[in-house]
Structures are given as structure tokens and as C-alpha cells.
Design a protein around this ligand. Sequence first.
Ligand SMILES: Nc1ncnc2c1ncn2[C@@H]1O[C@H](COP(=O)(O)OP(=O)(O)OP(=O)(O)O)[C@@H](O)[C@H]1O
Length: 621
Amino acid sequence: MDTEIKLSGWRPSLMGKTKLQGGSLDLTFSDLSYSVGKGKKIKIILHQINGSFKSGQLTAILGPSGAGKTSLMNILAGLKKSGIEGKVHVNGAERDFKTFRKKSAYITQKDHLLKNLTVDEYMISAAHLKLGNDVSNNDKISTIELVMKTLGLTNSQHTRITCLSGGERKRLSIALELIDNPSILFLDEPTSGLDSSSSLQCVALLREIARSGRTVVATIHQPSFRMLNHFDHLYIVASGMCMYQGPVGSLVSYFKSMNLNCPSYHNPADFALDVASGEYGYVLEKLVSGIENGRKIYQETSMATSSEVLSNDTEDVEENEEVAMLSGLPKNKLESVSRLINAAPFHTQVAVLLGRTWRTIWREKILTTMRFAVHVVVAFLVGFLFWQIGGDAASIFNNVGLIFFNMLFITAAALMPTVLTFALDMKVVIREHLNQWYSLKAYYLAKTLADVPFQIIFPIVYLVPVYFMTNQPMSLERFGLQLGMMIWLSLVGQGLGLFFGTAFSIDVASFFAATSTVPLFLLSGFFVTFDSIPSYINWLTYFSFARYGFEGSMLSVYGYDRPPLNCSESYCHFRFPEKFLEQFDLTQSSYSLSVVGLFINYIIIRTAGYFALRYKLRHVR
Ligand SMILES: Nc1ncnc2c1ncn2[C@@H]1O[C@H](COP(=O)(O)OP(=O)(O)OP(=O)(O)O)[C@@H](O)[C@H]1O
């Protein structure tokens, strides 16, 4: 049997002589059931299964599609909390969710990473977020170097994520979680999407990580014979029950003891999956009761109960304290690297996330350039279309059309990119937040702040040419007031984008963002004046940010005792701006109140976005 695999390009080097300082954690679970739905629609996914996953071992959860592997792992990782019965114990004591989540890491099947960062930038931000301010920068750097060396990422340290190979991305996902030295690692199908050689490398690495005293549990789909032999412990799930639990090498013998002969030269994993799928008749019940639904661990010579094996192995671990750990990393460093929830203080989390987000926005060259270019192109188009009309009373209604269009454009230009980018970011946030990198408040604040410079720059880029080309009143004060409205509308638009991007999937969000925002512009006072809106619906206008935007914009152009306009025709009905404001029922309006209205809208939308994000993250569990 060839258990020594050749690793091309990198080699895990975890075979050191120091013990895992965070403490080894053995995981046992008993009578674990999981169901979804209620009443007649209830679906039982796991049926009172039992098992034991030990530190220092690499465990594979194997089973046919839909057997319940991911459900089991999500429950064990503490990601799922509802619909569960039974007990999960950590080192013999009942699992405490909070402390357990601090000591474990979950690596999702798809590597959701920020594609514009380089490997070392990602590692540095993870180190700042996870290790906090008590660990010195030198210690952080040496930890990063060690983890990167261990996972064979040193040569790719300056490579952007988008250019990494599938195997490198997977190793980076693991490296990011290893920074704060978790005791338990859960991996959902770590080899999916990798070629056979990368898959073998990945599993070999996981085994080395397990050897350092960690508990490593991975769901796996269809392992090759070579890959199977890299696992220490095998847990096979079929129809939500445990069909086998024990060493990989004892699998064939267990089947034999149940009168199921695995043909020679046949991959035992494939045979097990065939058996689990019923291709060898209805033998599942016999296999499940043979292993007592996971209460026992099969050994070729004997059958041990989970608790017996666990207690024996705990002794083994104690005896073999010498065998473990990240080579080269001094003991005191590991102690300082013990896992803490949101280890970095709030302001550090915000600062790191802000820096990271700015970097990704800056590198999102196409999107950022396009956003800039669209503002310039549309500004010139509008400028030529409404050329020099601003001071002419004969074109006063065209000028109001321009004011309204400015509002619509600035809001939409801030809203749509945020919807799209945020919906894509969500997967990264889910992964990082579930692994306790940062608090949700810190993330949301950083995300909100990161786009603010753009919500200021883009309205300036747009308004300057439009203002001059369309000959609006040449007063710095009026320009400032108009710009103020544009910036507030841009901020509200971005807030709406965050809300829709958070609350819905990308396709629903982009449809909903467009269709639900447009009606708010109906209530702006542009299409129908406020005094002609029926009283039973008039109150709705106070909830429309567009109303405040329109009032403020109109006042900045026509308010504050603006002198009479020129008239290029023989008669202009609205030469006097005050009279024109009367026409739109805006004489009682106030610019300051418009700002207050926009500010309140902004706060409400931001808060709604935050709660939508919180709900979504809780729902993932
Ligand atoms: N929220 C849910 N509502 C309804 N059914 C669910 C839900 N979650 C899981 N299931 C069902 O539970 C079963 C087990 O799902 P699970 O994802 O754990 O399987 P799996 O063994 O990981 O499958 P695969 O290898 O295909 O990923 C599946 O039949 C799935 O459809």
C-alpha cells in the first residue's frame, strides 16, 4: 500500500516536537437526530446517530449524496442549532456553543475569498483580525510565514487570489483558519473541484495538521483508494444513520463480518458507497445495528464502544505529548496565539476591514473606472442636452426635469453597483463571520464607511460639468447646497444597495432594487404636487427620500430670494423663482428639514440593512 505520496512544489512540515497549546479536543455525539419542517412536512435527516472523532486523527465522513454528511458536520461545528436532538460532548463535557466556536474553524466547500487581495495581504488582515493587538506584529509575521510555509503558499504570497490555482485557494482557505491555532477543523468536501494530485496533497496536508494534535473532520465524496488511506478514521453515513465507524484499514473486514465481500482490487470506498446505496440488497439495517448506529468503533480484532476507545486514546494522546505541532513555532508563540472570539478590538476590526475593502474597491479597476466614466459621460450628455437653460425662464420646466434627472441618476449610480458587489461579498462575510473573524457591527460600519469617499467624489465629478454647462446660478453657496443634496442622495442610494444586496439573492436584489425604488420617486413632488396628492396617501411622501431630495434641490436653485430669471421669449409665466416654487407647493419647504429628512431615511435604511444582514447570517445556521 502506497501511503507515502509525492508532493510536488510544496511539502507540509508540521512534524514538530511541541504539543498543541490550545488543548486537544475530542468530540463525541450521542443519539443525534436532526429534522427539518414541521407536522406532516417533517423530514428526518439524521436518526439518533452516535460517533466519536478524536484529536490527532483525520476523520472522513463518507456517504452517498443526500445521506446527511453536511448536516452532521454543520451540527457538530455548531452552525446548525435548530431541529436537533441528542448530545454533543467535547472532552467528555457537554459542548458549550460559545467556547466551542472559539476553538473550531469551518472551511466551506467553495473557497469564498476576496479575489482582489494577494495571499499575504489576506493573511495579514486575518492575523490582525484574529490575533488582536496583544500579539506583536513580529509574532504575527512569524506566524504568517510559518503557516504559509507549512501550507506551501510562500511562492504564491504576492499572487492575487483570482490567479491562484484551485489547490492553492483551498490551501489558503485552510491557512487563514490556522492562523489562530484552532483545535478542531471542519472541512466540507475539501477536495471538491481539485484534480487527483491536488486532492491527495490537500488530504496529506490535513493529515499532517491532525498529527499536530488537532481534530480534523472532513466530508468527502468519492475518495480514491490512495486518498482513503490518508484518513485515520472513517465514519460512513447512509440514510441519516451510521453504517460504519472505525479505522480505514478495518472497513473491508467489517463488511466481511457482515457477509459482504469487497471484490479484490476494488476501492473499499466505492464498495461502501454501493452498499450504502442498496446495490447489495437491503443490508443497511444489519450494518447499522452491527455498529450500533455509531455507538461502537469497529476494530479488526475487537469492537470497542466509543467511550472505551475515547478514554484509551486520550491516554495515548497524553503519552504522546511529544508528537505534535507546528515545527519551528516556539511554545510561547503558540500560547499567545490561542483562539479568542473577535480577538481584535472593535476599532482595529473596523480599521482592518476598511483598509481591506478600499484595497479591493481600488483594484476592482473595471468597475471603479466604469463608475467614474459613466458619471463623466452622462454629465456631458446631460450638459449638451440641457445646454445653458438654467437662467432662462422659458425653459424653466426643462430645468426642473434636469433637477429630477440628476436625483434619479445619482441615486441609481450609487445603488446598483452596491447591490451587485455586496451580494457577491455576502458569501465571504458568511464564511469569515461564522469563523469569528470580526463582529457584524464592525463589518457593517467598515462597509458603510468604505464607500463614502466615492459617494462624495462621484456626485462632484457629475455635478461640476452639468452645473456649468446648463448655466445654473453661478453662486458657490447654491452650488454647495445642490451638491449637498446629490451627496445625500448618493449615500441613501448606497444604503438601499446594501439593504437589497443583503436581504436578497443577487438576481432578486437587482430586480427588486430597481422596481421598488422607482415608485419612491413618484412621491417626490415632481410628477404630482404635494397639495394635489389625496390626503389619505399624502403622508406616504414623508417616507420618500426623493421628496426631501427634490425639495432641497429645488430650493438650492430657485429659493433664497433668487432674482428674476431672463426670458428668451416674448412672455414667460415663471420669471419669478418664488412664484415657481409656489407652483410646486414648495414655499413652506426648508433646506435644513430636507437634510434632516434624508438623514433619517439614511439611518432607517442603514439600520434595516444591518438587521437584514444579521437575520441572514443567523438563518444560514
Ligand atoms: N433545510 C432543508 N430542508 C429540506 N431538506 C433538507 C434541508 N437540509 C438538508 N435537507 C435534506 O437532507 C438530506 C441530507 O442533506 P446533506 O446536505 O446533509 O447531504 P450530504 O450527504 O451532504 O449530500 P451531498 O453529498 O450531496 O452534499 C438531503 O436529502 C437534503 O435534501
